[in-house]
Design a protein around this ligand. Structure first.
Ligand SMILES: [Zn+2]
Length: 724
């Protein structure tokens, strides 16, 4: 039989394309197991392009519409040409790399009859197989903020109408990195990534298409949509053996060489000592008269100074009239006095601002600096359901917006604050900007990341000029800003509360995917864990109806979120803390658990702040169900939802410090004691170990002892182990 394919191979990965079928993918074979990830050449072919012609009409062209030819072929590289229709010319290269990677390149050589290329889906991995073996053990891991693992994606995503048969996310934004991992319980996995050092806007989509095929593709954009050019980065495909963590390690080999890591502040010791040592964060909202004493009371309870992330300090109603923060709602003098009072108690304080939106009604709004849609309209968004304020998305690199943000940061740091939390910048999906006057190509893929990097860089210079020890942080986490921020407020531990991934039922869980690559390069902190219902801003219109579901009944959910912070290597954070919670029955217990987590985190700072994530040890423990309520500040009457989650009763992770020593943290989120069996020699802790527990008085203590094969953890307690 004649082989009608052409291909290349790299380590364990072999890729073949069908000559007869317009060079559609015919196989991605794992050469060790022999498993072929492609069922048969199908779907749109290798690439799909959406553009507009000179009359402004939309055109969709895929590689099957073009005349394909093999330009060159060697053991390590295939080069393909695609011509037509109407003069369009595309060239594709498939290049084997050392290791198991195969890199894919694409260049548009001639736009033909098109005026612009809006989007280029490439490569289309069409008609992907389901992972081999037990479907219940198969997974799809995506870098949504910290990361999300979806189990049995064949059923829970690709056959799920409520999920639109797909998972999809934008980078740089809600996808914090540029890879996904798709694999099975028996170890076979498929790695799909971009190795883009510039942070170009792109979208990863994994879906079952209208023809019933599972297709993974990346929606790319040209640097200038109206000029023929090569995509400024390759796409990488590899087969691997292991779990999502092994895919992280493949990615890490590339990612840790990028500019954001070589200048990463934590690893080179430039991150503020106080930030690294802060044992706990409190995220409270309102006037100084409440927020300041509440932070002090929490610090008294912890016997350590908590750091305050202060919301609703500003003169404008929340998410309304941005960025008219000044004067602060208590007045300038009272605001500064509040900061001084916190400092007298050794408490650190940063405040919230938004780094991306400007109210159309604000005097600070400049139409000329806003993100423009293709039609020329301003891109707007509304968050506040009570004021309905229309906010413009500002183009981040414009001089106007950089100037606005710098003035605000300068004013705040000059007020005595220890830093500024800049909302949205690291987490919001990129918006293509079609302004012709911003100095970036209209609709170009680089404007978002480059603009935000310029914005943060300017803000950092301004903050450091006022106070070299001031920190800047943003919402979510995103690799392309690691060198410009000191910390990321990462809310993945609280996704049930935020109503995320609800369409996937109980089939998903947050995982520390970002920290598995970047933990030792930047501080991550946070959860949205709250024991009380969300507050209502006094500056909003009077409230009409309140959703009656009561978060105070969901202390197990709080405990789960706090435990996830610990095992993800994020600094613990409590939201909406009030001292009355210290004496309310179930809340009291949850606060004790929070304190244990903070103290253990502090004892193991070398691992949980600056260490390398080694994974989640294989501990066989029973599952426990946690009843979670999704309810936030914008949840209207009747909109809160309860979901019952099934989670391991003990969460665990292991870490390596820079001296090579190992630590393990275990958090029992159930009410029952559990005996956990640990293979200590496999985990790198053989013989004697230091065992950390927090005693009933609230002191962390360690004992050096020989450990057996198992350890018992009481219900709602945490334990740490480290190499003796
Ligand atoms: Zn722009």
């Amino acid at each position: 039989m004649t082989d009608n394919t052409v291909g290349t191979r790299s380590g364990r990965t072999e890729i073949r394309l069908s000559r007869e079928d317009g060079f559609a993918l015919s196989s991605i074979v794992d050469r060790r197991s022999g498993f072929n990830w492609i069922q048969e050449p199908a779907g749109p072919g290798l690439w799909r392009l959406v553009g507009t012609d000179h009359k402004g009409e939309s055109k969709a062209i895929n590689s099957r519409d073009a005349r394909a030819s093999l330009l060159s072929e060697s053991d390590r590289r295939i080069s393909l040409g695609f011509e037509g229709p109407q003069g369009l010319k595309v060239q594709v290269g498939v290049q084997a790399q050392p290791g198991d990677l195969v890199l894919w390149h694409l260049a548009v050589l001639n736009l033909g009859s098109l005026a612009e290329v809006e989007r280029l889906d490439f490569p289309c991995l069409a008609d992907l197989a389901l992972p081999p073996g037990d479907s219940e053990l198969s997974y799809l891991a995506v870098p949504f903020e910290q990361g999300v693992l979806v189990r049995d994606p064949g059923s829970t995503v690709f056959s799920n109408k409520d999920a639109n048969f797909r998972l999809s996310g934008s980078y740089p934004g809600n996808y914090s990195m540029q890879f996904v991992a798709y694999g099975c319980g028996c170890g076979a996995g498929l790695y799909f990534a971009c190795h883009d050092p510039s942070g170009c806007a792109k979208r990863f989509t994994m879906e079952r298409d209208g023809n019933g095929h599972i297709v993974f593709y990346i929606g790319n954009h040209l640097a200038d949509p109206s000029i023929p050019s090569a995509l400024p980065y390759p796409v990488a495909v590899a087969t691997y053996e292991g779990t999502w963590l092994d895919a992280s390690r493949i990615y890490g080999k590339w990612a840790l060489k990028q500019k954001w890591c070589s200048r990463g502040r934590l690893l080179r010791g430039a991150t503020q000592g106080w930030l690294q040592a802060t044992p706990a964060w409190v995220w409270n909202r309102g006037r100084a008269a409440c927020v300041v004493p509440d932070a002090e009371k929490l610090s008294d309870y912890l016997a350590r100074p908590a750091a305050l992330d202060w919301y609703w300090w500003h003169g404008n109603p929340y998410d309304t009239m941005l960025p008219e923060y000044f004067p602060p709602r208590d007045g300038e003098e009272a605001f500064r006095k509040a900061i001084r009072r916190l400092h007298e108690r050794a408490l650190r304080c940063i405040v919230y601002i938004n780094g991306r939106c400007c109210d159309l009604e604000s005097a600070h709004f400049s139409d000329a600096a806003a993100v423009k849609k293709r039609t020329g309209e301003v891109e707007t968004e509304t968050y506040c359901k009570y004021t309905g304020a229309r906010l413009a998305v500002m183009c981040p690199g414009t001089e106007h917006w950089k100037g606005e943000l710098s003035q605000i940061v300068s004013h705040l740091v000059e007020s005595g604050l220890d830093g500024v939390y800049i909302d949205q910048v690291a987490s919001a999906p990129p918006k293509a900007c079609f302004s012709a006057s911003h100095g970036h190509p209209r609709g170009g893929c680089l404007a978002w990341a480059e603009g935000n990097r310029a914005l943060l860089s300017t803000a950092r210079s301004v903050a450091r000029a006022r106070n070299p020890d001031a920190m800047l942080c943003s919402e979510g986490c995103c690799e392309v800003y690691i060198d410009l921020l000191d910390a990321f407020l990462t809310l993945s531990p609280s996704y049930e509360r935020m109503g995320m991934f609800r369409s996937l039922g109980d089939a998903w869980e947050p995982i520390p995917m970002f920290n598995s690559v970047y933990h030792e390069f930047v501080v991550t902190f946070g959860s949205y864990a709250s024991l009380d219902n969300p507050p209502y801003d006094e500056l909003w219109p009077p409230r009409e109806a309140v959703d009656e579901a009561d978060l105070s009944q969901h202390t197990d959910q709080f405990d789960l979120e706090v435990a996830r912070c610990l095992v993800f290597g994020q600094k613990p954070m409590i939201a909406n803390f009030h001292p009355s919670q210290l004496v309310r029955a179930r809340m009291k217990e949850s606060l004790r658990f929070f304190k244990e987590v903070c103290l253990l985190h502090e004892c193991l700072e070398d691992y949980l702040v600056r260490g390398r994530y080694l994974g989640s040890p294989d501990i066989r423990v029973p599952s426990v169900q946690v009843c979670c309520l999704s309810k936030g500040i914008y949840t209207l009457l009747g909109q809160s939802r309860i979901t019952v989650r099934t989670v391991p009763s003990v969460l665990a992770s292991s870490w390596e410090a820079s001296d090579g020593s190992i630590a393990i943290v275990l958090a029992n989120v159930s009410s029952q004691p559990h005996r956990v069996c640990l293979d200590l020699s496999q985990l790198g802790i053989a013989g004697k170990a230091s065992l950390y527990r927090v005693d009933p008085r609230g002191d962390a203590c360690s004992t050096r002892q020989s450990l057996g094969k198992s350890i018992t953890i009481r219900g709602k307690h945490v334990v740490g182990l480290k190499t003796a």
